[in-house]
Write a protein that binds this ligand. Structure first.
Ligand SMILES: [Ca+2]
Ligand SMILES: [Ca+2]
Length: 412
Protein backbone atom coordinates (compact mmCIF):
# COMPACT_ATOMS: atom_id res chain seq x y z
CA UNK A 1 0.00 0.00 0.00
CA UNK A 2 1.62 3.26 -0.99
CA UNK A 3 2.01 5.81 1.72
CA UNK A 4 0.32 9.08 1.08
CA UNK A 5 2.16 12.22 1.90
CA UNK A 6 -0.34 14.77 3.16
CA UNK A 7 2.14 17.51 2.39
CA UNK A 8 1.23 21.02 1.63
CA UNK A 9 -1.58 22.08 -0.65
CA UNK A 10 -0.47 23.05 -4.14
CA UNK A 11 0.57 26.64 -4.14
CA UNK A 12 -1.41 29.06 -6.24
CA UNK A 13 0.82 31.91 -7.31
CA UNK A 14 -2.11 34.22 -7.78
CA UNK A 15 -0.09 36.98 -9.42
CA UNK A 16 -1.42 36.39 -12.85
CA UNK A 17 -4.68 34.99 -14.24
CA UNK A 18 -2.62 32.47 -16.24
CA UNK A 19 -1.02 31.07 -13.10
CA UNK A 20 -0.45 28.47 -11.92
CA UNK A 21 0.27 26.66 -15.12
CA UNK A 22 0.90 23.30 -13.52
CA UNK A 23 -0.06 21.94 -10.12
CA UNK A 24 1.47 18.92 -8.46
CA UNK A 25 -0.29 17.22 -5.59
CA UNK A 26 -1.00 13.91 -3.86
CA UNK A 27 2.58 12.65 -3.58
CA UNK A 28 2.56 8.90 -2.88
CA UNK A 29 5.49 6.70 -1.87
CA UNK A 30 5.61 3.65 -4.15
CA UNK A 31 8.67 1.96 -2.70
CA UNK A 32 12.42 2.06 -2.35
CA UNK A 33 15.12 -0.45 -3.30
CA UNK A 34 18.88 -0.50 -2.90
CA UNK A 35 21.19 -2.06 -5.47
CA UNK A 36 24.32 -3.24 -3.65
CA UNK A 37 27.76 -1.77 -4.21
CA UNK A 38 30.16 -3.35 -6.67
CA UNK A 39 27.69 -4.70 -9.23
CA UNK A 40 29.76 -5.44 -12.33
CA UNK A 41 28.20 -4.39 -15.62
CA UNK A 42 30.30 -5.34 -18.65
CA UNK A 43 33.53 -4.64 -16.80
CA UNK A 44 32.35 -1.42 -15.17
CA UNK A 45 30.92 -0.98 -11.70
CA UNK A 46 27.41 0.33 -11.29
CA UNK A 47 27.69 3.47 -9.21
CA UNK A 48 28.13 7.19 -8.99
CA UNK A 49 24.63 7.58 -10.43
CA UNK A 50 23.97 11.31 -10.33
CA UNK A 51 21.43 12.14 -13.03
CA UNK A 52 18.57 10.25 -14.67
CA UNK A 53 16.73 10.35 -17.99
CA UNK A 54 13.68 8.30 -19.01
CA UNK A 55 13.06 7.32 -22.60
CA UNK A 56 9.30 6.79 -22.91
CA UNK A 57 9.69 4.96 -26.21
CA UNK A 58 12.10 2.30 -25.01
CA UNK A 59 10.84 2.34 -21.41
CA UNK A 60 14.48 2.54 -20.28
CA UNK A 61 16.20 4.93 -17.94
CA UNK A 62 19.73 6.20 -18.53
CA UNK A 63 21.68 7.15 -15.42
CA UNK A 64 24.86 9.18 -15.75
CA UNK A 65 27.77 8.11 -13.56
CA UNK A 66 30.00 10.83 -12.11
CA UNK A 67 33.03 8.52 -12.25
CA UNK A 68 35.69 10.96 -13.52
CA UNK A 69 38.01 8.15 -14.57
CA UNK A 70 35.36 6.36 -16.65
CA UNK A 71 32.43 8.61 -17.64
CA UNK A 72 29.48 6.48 -18.73
CA UNK A 73 25.71 6.09 -18.68
CA UNK A 74 24.06 3.01 -17.20
CA UNK A 75 20.77 1.68 -18.54
CA UNK A 76 18.08 0.67 -16.06
CA UNK A 77 14.68 -0.90 -16.53
CA UNK A 78 12.18 -0.25 -13.75
CA UNK A 79 8.86 -2.08 -13.78
CA UNK A 80 6.22 -0.09 -11.92
CA UNK A 81 3.27 -1.56 -13.80
CA UNK A 82 1.58 -2.63 -10.54
CA UNK A 83 2.12 0.80 -8.97
CA UNK A 84 4.69 -0.45 -6.48
CA UNK A 85 8.50 -0.76 -6.50
CA UNK A 86 9.38 -4.21 -5.21
CA UNK A 87 12.42 -6.53 -5.26
CA UNK A 88 12.90 -7.79 -8.80
CA UNK A 89 11.42 -4.69 -10.42
CA UNK A 90 14.80 -3.24 -11.44
CA UNK A 91 16.99 -4.66 -14.17
CA UNK A 92 20.37 -3.36 -15.17
CA UNK A 93 20.81 -2.96 -18.92
CA UNK A 94 23.43 -1.45 -21.22
CA UNK A 95 26.39 0.80 -20.62
CA UNK A 96 27.04 3.74 -22.93
CA UNK A 97 30.51 5.23 -23.24
CA UNK A 98 31.06 8.97 -23.31
CA UNK A 99 33.59 10.21 -25.89
CA UNK A 100 35.27 13.50 -26.80
CA UNK A 101 34.59 15.10 -30.23
CA UNK A 102 37.57 13.28 -31.76
CA UNK A 103 36.46 9.94 -30.33
CA UNK A 104 38.87 10.04 -27.38
CA UNK A 105 38.12 9.05 -23.81
CA UNK A 106 36.05 11.70 -22.07
CA UNK A 107 37.99 11.19 -18.84
CA UNK A 108 40.68 13.50 -20.29
CA UNK A 109 38.35 16.45 -19.57
CA UNK A 110 38.36 15.66 -15.85
CA UNK A 111 34.63 16.46 -15.88
CA UNK A 112 32.38 15.16 -13.13
CA UNK A 113 29.10 14.48 -14.93
CA UNK A 114 26.06 15.05 -12.74
CA UNK A 115 22.98 15.37 -14.97
CA UNK A 116 21.63 14.01 -18.24
CA UNK A 117 18.83 14.90 -20.66
CA UNK A 118 17.93 13.72 -24.15
CA UNK A 119 15.61 15.42 -26.61
CA UNK A 120 15.33 12.60 -29.11
CA UNK A 121 18.32 13.79 -31.10
CA UNK A 122 20.79 15.35 -28.72
CA UNK A 123 22.08 14.29 -25.32
CA UNK A 124 22.94 17.04 -22.83
CA UNK A 125 25.29 16.35 -19.93
CA UNK A 126 26.00 18.75 -17.07
CA UNK A 127 29.30 18.86 -15.23
CA UNK A 128 29.80 20.12 -11.70
CA UNK A 129 33.41 20.86 -12.54
CA UNK A 130 36.17 19.84 -14.93
CA UNK A 131 39.91 19.57 -14.33
CA UNK A 132 40.03 23.38 -13.92
CA UNK A 133 36.98 23.36 -11.62
CA UNK A 134 34.69 24.99 -14.18
CA UNK A 135 31.15 23.76 -14.86
CA UNK A 136 29.92 22.83 -18.34
CA UNK A 137 26.91 21.74 -20.36
CA UNK A 138 28.14 19.28 -22.99
CA UNK A 139 26.17 18.74 -26.18
CA UNK A 140 26.44 15.15 -27.41
CA UNK A 141 25.29 12.83 -30.15
CA UNK A 142 24.25 9.28 -29.29
CA UNK A 143 25.07 6.37 -31.58
CA UNK A 144 24.22 3.03 -30.16
CA UNK A 145 26.35 2.52 -27.10
CA UNK A 146 28.54 5.57 -27.57
CA UNK A 147 27.75 9.18 -26.81
CA UNK A 148 30.12 11.60 -28.56
CA UNK A 149 30.53 15.27 -27.76
CA UNK A 150 29.68 17.68 -30.56
CA UNK A 151 29.82 20.96 -28.66
CA UNK A 152 29.16 22.86 -25.45
CA UNK A 153 26.72 25.54 -24.40
CA UNK A 154 28.40 28.87 -23.60
CA UNK A 155 29.03 29.51 -19.91
CA UNK A 156 29.07 33.08 -18.65
CA UNK A 157 32.34 34.22 -17.06
CA UNK A 158 30.71 34.71 -13.66
CA UNK A 159 30.47 30.90 -13.30
CA UNK A 160 34.16 30.34 -14.08
CA UNK A 161 37.01 30.43 -11.62
CA UNK A 162 38.72 33.78 -11.47
CA UNK A 163 42.45 33.86 -10.84
CA UNK A 164 41.98 35.59 -7.50
CA UNK A 165 39.53 32.88 -6.37
CA UNK A 166 36.84 35.45 -5.63
CA UNK A 167 34.28 34.39 -8.21
CA UNK A 168 32.96 31.32 -9.93
CA UNK A 169 31.31 28.17 -8.67
CA UNK A 170 32.40 26.70 -5.36
CA UNK A 171 34.70 23.75 -6.04
CA UNK A 172 32.62 20.66 -6.87
CA UNK A 173 29.34 22.60 -6.72
CA UNK A 174 28.83 23.62 -10.34
CA UNK A 175 26.00 22.31 -12.49
CA UNK A 176 24.14 19.31 -11.02
CA UNK A 177 20.84 19.63 -12.90
CA UNK A 178 19.45 19.64 -16.40
CA UNK A 179 15.77 20.20 -17.19
CA UNK A 180 14.50 20.17 -20.77
CA UNK A 181 11.19 21.83 -21.64
CA UNK A 182 8.51 19.56 -23.15
CA UNK A 183 8.83 21.47 -26.46
CA UNK A 184 12.59 20.77 -26.27
CA UNK A 185 13.49 24.39 -26.99
CA UNK A 186 14.57 25.45 -23.50
CA UNK A 187 17.17 23.94 -21.18
CA UNK A 188 17.58 24.89 -17.54
CA UNK A 189 20.59 24.04 -15.44
CA UNK A 190 21.55 25.28 -11.99
CA UNK A 191 24.50 25.66 -9.70
CA UNK A 192 24.33 23.24 -6.81
CA UNK A 193 25.19 26.02 -4.37
CA UNK A 194 25.90 29.75 -4.47
CA UNK A 195 28.59 31.24 -6.65
CA UNK A 196 31.51 32.43 -4.51
CA UNK A 197 30.58 36.06 -5.22
CA UNK A 198 26.92 35.39 -4.28
CA UNK A 199 27.70 33.81 -0.92
CA UNK A 200 26.39 36.66 1.21
CA UNK A 201 23.25 37.23 -0.85
CA UNK A 202 21.02 34.80 1.04
CA UNK A 203 20.90 36.98 4.11
CA UNK A 204 21.83 35.92 7.58
CA UNK A 205 18.86 33.66 8.09
CA UNK A 206 18.39 32.26 4.59
CA UNK A 207 20.13 29.46 2.77
CA UNK A 208 22.56 30.10 -0.05
CA UNK A 209 21.34 31.57 -3.33
CA UNK A 210 21.96 29.25 -6.27
CA UNK A 211 21.49 30.39 -9.87
CA UNK A 212 19.17 28.68 -12.34
CA UNK A 213 20.45 29.28 -15.88
CA UNK A 214 18.14 29.23 -18.90
CA UNK A 215 19.24 28.45 -22.47
CA UNK A 216 17.40 28.74 -25.77
CA UNK A 217 18.44 25.61 -27.63
CA UNK A 218 17.54 26.95 -31.11
CA UNK A 219 20.14 29.70 -30.82
CA UNK A 220 22.35 27.90 -28.28
CA UNK A 221 22.50 31.03 -26.14
CA UNK A 222 21.84 31.83 -22.50
CA UNK A 223 18.55 33.71 -22.10
CA UNK A 224 18.27 34.26 -18.37
CA UNK A 225 19.45 33.56 -14.85
CA UNK A 226 17.21 33.31 -11.81
CA UNK A 227 18.04 33.31 -8.12
CA UNK A 228 16.96 30.20 -6.22
CA UNK A 229 17.11 30.32 -2.45
CA UNK A 230 18.14 27.01 -0.96
CA UNK A 231 16.88 25.86 2.40
CA UNK A 232 19.16 26.58 5.31
CA UNK A 233 21.53 23.78 6.11
CA UNK A 234 20.58 21.71 9.17
CA UNK A 235 22.17 22.92 12.37
CA UNK A 236 25.09 20.83 13.64
CA UNK A 237 24.79 19.42 17.15
CA UNK A 238 26.41 21.72 19.74
CA UNK A 239 30.14 21.34 20.25
CA UNK A 240 30.44 18.91 17.35
CA UNK A 241 32.81 19.19 14.45
CA UNK A 242 31.82 18.53 10.90
CA UNK A 243 29.83 20.21 8.21
CA UNK A 244 26.29 20.64 7.00
CA UNK A 245 25.17 21.90 3.60
CA UNK A 246 22.21 21.94 1.23
CA UNK A 247 22.42 21.83 -2.55
CA UNK A 248 20.15 21.86 -5.59
CA UNK A 249 20.91 18.51 -7.22
CA UNK A 250 18.26 17.96 -9.89
CA UNK A 251 15.48 19.69 -11.80
CA UNK A 252 12.78 18.55 -14.25
CA UNK A 253 10.64 20.83 -16.43
CA UNK A 254 6.86 20.48 -16.25
CA UNK A 255 6.09 23.06 -18.93
CA UNK A 256 7.85 25.33 -21.42
CA UNK A 257 7.65 28.41 -19.18
CA UNK A 258 9.74 27.64 -16.13
CA UNK A 259 7.57 25.41 -13.93
CA UNK A 260 10.09 22.94 -12.56
CA UNK A 261 10.44 20.13 -10.06
CA UNK A 262 13.55 20.59 -7.94
CA UNK A 263 15.36 18.24 -5.58
CA UNK A 264 17.27 19.77 -2.66
CA UNK A 265 19.63 17.44 -0.87
CA UNK A 266 21.18 18.11 2.52
CA UNK A 267 24.42 16.50 3.70
CA UNK A 268 25.26 16.45 7.40
CA UNK A 269 28.71 15.14 8.23
CA UNK A 270 28.63 14.99 12.01
CA UNK A 271 29.18 12.77 15.02
CA UNK A 272 26.83 10.13 13.60
CA UNK A 273 28.69 10.02 10.29
CA UNK A 274 27.06 11.08 7.04
CA UNK A 275 23.34 11.74 7.04
CA UNK A 276 21.25 12.96 4.15
CA UNK A 277 17.99 14.81 3.69
CA UNK A 278 15.98 15.37 0.51
CA UNK A 279 13.09 17.64 -0.32
CA UNK A 280 11.04 17.88 -3.49
CA UNK A 281 9.90 21.36 -4.51
CA UNK A 282 7.67 22.81 -7.21
CA UNK A 283 9.45 25.85 -8.65
CA UNK A 284 7.98 28.71 -10.67
CA UNK A 285 10.38 31.03 -12.47
CA UNK A 286 7.71 33.27 -13.99
CA UNK A 287 7.99 36.04 -11.38
CA UNK A 288 11.72 35.74 -10.68
CA UNK A 289 14.07 38.59 -11.60
CA UNK A 290 16.43 37.91 -14.49
CA UNK A 291 19.77 38.47 -12.74
CA UNK A 292 22.00 37.51 -15.65
CA UNK A 293 23.48 41.03 -15.85
CA UNK A 294 24.60 40.92 -12.19
CA UNK A 295 28.04 39.46 -11.68
CA UNK A 296 27.33 39.35 -7.95
CA UNK A 297 24.00 39.25 -6.13
CA UNK A 298 25.44 40.58 -2.89
CA UNK A 299 23.71 43.80 -1.91
CA UNK A 300 21.31 43.72 -4.85
CA UNK A 301 17.53 43.38 -4.79
CA UNK A 302 15.81 40.66 -6.72
CA UNK A 303 12.82 38.36 -6.65
CA UNK A 304 13.83 34.73 -6.17
CA UNK A 305 12.14 31.80 -7.89
CA UNK A 306 8.96 30.77 -6.07
CA UNK A 307 9.21 27.37 -4.47
CA UNK A 308 6.57 25.20 -2.82
CA UNK A 309 7.37 22.08 -0.80
CA UNK A 310 5.79 18.98 -2.34
CA UNK A 311 7.41 16.33 -0.16
CA UNK A 312 10.04 15.99 2.52
CA UNK A 313 11.38 12.52 1.74
CA UNK A 314 12.22 12.02 5.42
CA UNK A 315 8.48 11.71 6.00
CA UNK A 316 8.49 8.40 4.13
CA UNK A 317 10.50 6.87 7.00
CA UNK A 318 13.28 5.40 4.95
CA UNK A 319 16.98 5.87 5.55
CA UNK A 320 17.77 8.38 2.82
CA UNK A 321 20.92 7.94 0.79
CA UNK A 322 22.77 10.63 -1.20
CA UNK A 323 19.94 11.33 -3.65
CA UNK A 324 21.11 13.21 -6.74
CA UNK A 325 19.09 12.33 -9.84
CA UNK A 326 15.45 12.09 -10.84
CA UNK A 327 13.24 11.50 -13.87
CA UNK A 328 9.54 11.27 -14.62
CA UNK A 329 8.79 7.70 -15.68
CA UNK A 330 5.72 5.87 -16.87
CA UNK A 331 2.16 6.45 -15.70
CA UNK A 332 1.28 4.08 -12.87
CA UNK A 333 -1.89 2.83 -11.15
CA UNK A 334 -1.72 3.86 -7.49
CA UNK A 335 -4.10 2.39 -4.92
CA UNK A 336 -5.40 5.07 -2.57
CA UNK A 337 -6.24 4.72 1.12
CA UNK A 338 -9.92 4.21 0.27
CA UNK A 339 -9.09 1.38 -2.13
CA UNK A 340 -9.71 3.33 -5.30
CA UNK A 341 -7.06 3.31 -8.02
CA UNK A 342 -5.66 6.56 -9.34
CA UNK A 343 -3.47 6.91 -12.41
CA UNK A 344 -0.41 8.90 -11.42
CA UNK A 345 2.84 10.09 -12.93
CA UNK A 346 5.78 8.15 -11.51
CA UNK A 347 8.92 9.95 -10.36
CA UNK A 348 12.12 7.94 -9.89
CA UNK A 349 14.86 9.33 -7.64
CA UNK A 350 18.33 7.73 -7.49
CA UNK A 351 21.33 8.05 -5.22
CA UNK A 352 25.03 8.47 -5.87
CA UNK A 353 26.74 5.75 -3.81
CA UNK A 354 30.18 7.36 -4.25
CA UNK A 355 31.29 3.78 -5.00
CA UNK A 356 31.11 3.02 -1.30
CA UNK A 357 33.80 5.57 -0.40
CA UNK A 358 31.47 7.33 2.02
CA UNK A 359 30.15 4.10 3.50
CA UNK A 360 27.08 3.94 1.26
CA UNK A 361 25.63 0.45 1.00
CA UNK A 362 24.63 0.85 -2.62
CA UNK A 363 22.45 2.78 -5.02
CA UNK A 364 19.07 3.73 -3.59
CA UNK A 365 16.13 3.99 -5.97
CA UNK A 366 12.93 5.59 -4.73
CA UNK A 367 9.64 5.64 -6.64
CA UNK A 368 6.94 8.23 -6.02
CA UNK A 369 3.56 8.81 -7.64
CA UNK A 370 2.43 12.38 -8.36
CA UNK A 371 -0.74 13.91 -9.65
CA UNK A 372 0.27 16.55 -12.19
CA UNK A 373 -2.55 18.85 -13.22
CA UNK A 374 -1.52 20.74 -16.31
CA UNK A 375 -4.99 21.94 -17.31
CA UNK A 376 -3.81 25.53 -16.86
CA UNK A 377 -0.65 25.05 -18.91
CA UNK A 378 -0.04 26.66 -22.28
CA UNK A 379 1.18 23.31 -23.39
CA UNK A 380 0.32 19.97 -21.87
CA UNK A 381 2.95 18.14 -19.92
CA UNK A 382 3.86 15.31 -22.21
CA UNK A 383 6.94 13.37 -21.36
CA UNK A 384 6.28 11.01 -24.26
CA UNK A 385 6.58 13.73 -26.89
CA UNK A 386 9.50 12.63 -29.01
CA UNK A 387 8.12 13.00 -32.51
CA UNK A 388 11.37 13.32 -34.39
CA UNK A 389 12.95 10.34 -32.72
CA UNK A 390 13.49 7.28 -34.85
CA UNK A 391 13.17 4.39 -32.46
CA UNK A 392 12.54 1.62 -34.92
CA UNK A 393 15.64 -0.33 -34.03
CA UNK A 394 16.33 0.15 -30.38
CA UNK A 395 13.45 -0.95 -28.20
CA UNK A 396 14.15 -2.65 -24.96
CA UNK A 397 12.26 -5.85 -24.53
CA UNK A 398 11.20 -6.43 -20.96
CA UNK A 399 10.59 -10.10 -21.65
CA UNK A 400 13.92 -10.76 -23.33
CA UNK A 401 16.21 -11.08 -20.37
CA UNK A 402 15.34 -14.26 -18.53
CA UNK A 403 18.82 -15.64 -18.00
CA UNK A 404 19.91 -13.21 -15.31
CA UNK A 405 22.59 -11.78 -17.57
CA UNK A 406 22.54 -8.18 -18.68
CA UNK A 407 21.42 -7.08 -22.11
CA UNK A 408 23.87 -4.54 -23.38
CA UNK A 409 20.91 -2.89 -25.05
CA UNK A 410 20.86 0.57 -26.51
CA UNK A 411 20.03 3.27 -24.00
CA UNK A 412 19.28 6.18 -26.28
CA1 LIG B 1 27.37 12.87 -7.96
CA1 LIG C 1 22.08 15.57 -10.49
Amino acid sequence: MPRHYPGHPPHHGGHDPHEPAVNVSNVNFLGSLTLGTGIDVFGTTLGGLSGLYYNPLSGAFAAISDDVSDPRAHGLLIDLSDGSLDPGDIRIAGVAQILTPDGGQFETTGAELEAIAFNGNTVYLASSGDAAGNPAIYVMEAHGLTVTQTGELPIDDKFLHSEDGRSGVQVGHGFESIALSPDRETLWTATERALIQDMGAGGRRGGEIARIVQYDLRSGTETGEFAYQLDRAARMPRHSEGSSSVGLVEMLALDDHGTLLALERGVINGPRGLEYTAKLYLVDLSHATDVSDRDSLSGSRFQTAEKTLLANLDDFHIDLANLEGMALGQKVPVTQADGSVLEQQSLIIISDDDFGATGAQGTQIIALGLTIDDSGAHQRVNVAQQSSYDHSSDHFDFGHNTSGSYDNALIF
